[in-house]
Ligand binder design. Sequence first.
Ligand code: PLP
Length: 400
Amino acid sequence: MVEYEMFYSNPTTKAKRSEIRELLKLTRKPEIISFAGGLPSPLSFPVKDIKEICQYVLEKDADVVLQYGPTEGDMSLKEELAKWMEKDNIRVSPEQILITNGSQQGLDLVGKIFLNQGDIIIVEMPTYIGGLQAFNSYMVRMEGVLQDDNGMNMDLLERKLGELKGRGEKPKFIYVVPDFQNPSGVTMPEDRRRKLLELASEYDTMIIEDSPYRELRYTGNQPPPIYSLDTEGRVVSMATFSKIFCPGFRLAWIYGPAPLIDKMVMAKQGIDLCSPSFNQAVAAEFMRRGLLSKHIEKIKEMYKEKRQLMLDSLEKYMPDSVSWTKPEGGLFLWVKLPEDMNTVELLKKAIENNVAYVIGSAFHYDGSGKNTMRLNFSFPSKEQIVEGIKRLSEVIKKEM
Ligand SMILES: Cc1ncc(COP(=O)(O)O)c(C=O)c1O
């Protein structure tokens, strides 16, 4: 027998099978109402338009769209994206954009160009699980800064940066999901974004702005992207087609200062040569026809109603000691139970009662947040939202 353990790299030896993935397997039974996924509703996929555009690009350009493409990404798609982002006051040239296989690859590329083993990075508490996974594979040390209803708390960040400086240490970057965060649903207002930039400048570190949900705002006003406020070249940002088109295309884009994008292009070459040419051509044509903004309006209408229904159902059924965020967009909201409750224990009972969520501790780099959970409102049907929240409330009440 070969002893495989002897051959593994350090990150692989250290990697643990995710507890949450094991738990989530239990939630796939058909009788379960699941608020656990992070999936867009399949009813939102623009199947008819995609069918027509696939045929069109094949007839027009088969020799290009079925061929390898440049690592940087298809120029016509990048031109469309540069134009698209102007509405948010983001001014980038196509050379400052790299097309990636999902933002998940963008996170890995950020890790590849910035992180050495033992480096420090700062993350929100809670933060996106996939970010934790991507950065953990570079064997970094994480420092967490708690969120409140307005995202990462800037006083706590300032204190953390001061502490690190006192120890002679400097974080490589601060990772934030500023718009309708996954998992909490909260959004960082403009003054915090400006403060974040100020602190990054004062303590000489970078900011990674990961924003898959910015386009999905159902109420209120959108603060400017952190990238658009930066005057020093300290921000690398990413956006994705996953939640505004379809995740199966695995298409996203990362943009930032040209020298950094150039390094990421080199890193991507060694990973996959290029993102799928065909998918890029279809996405570019979808944008060229002006379909993306119309499509986003449709998705927003669909999710806006579901979000309201989940908020109303929580209000109606949950006991007083339970609280939750009221996201103005995105796909998720965040529920807090009394401090002495444990959502890992509770999940088994929830599953017995045919309802599921994601445990909050999975979104904390240090496993804290035991009394929290994430709920998704984009995937379940309206009937499931009402019935599922009713069931979940019963489980919580019984446990109290
Ligand atoms: C905050 C955040 N970043 C990145 C991703 C990855 O998205 P993609 O499908 O573009 O890889 C997600 C997906 O849910 C996310 O929530």
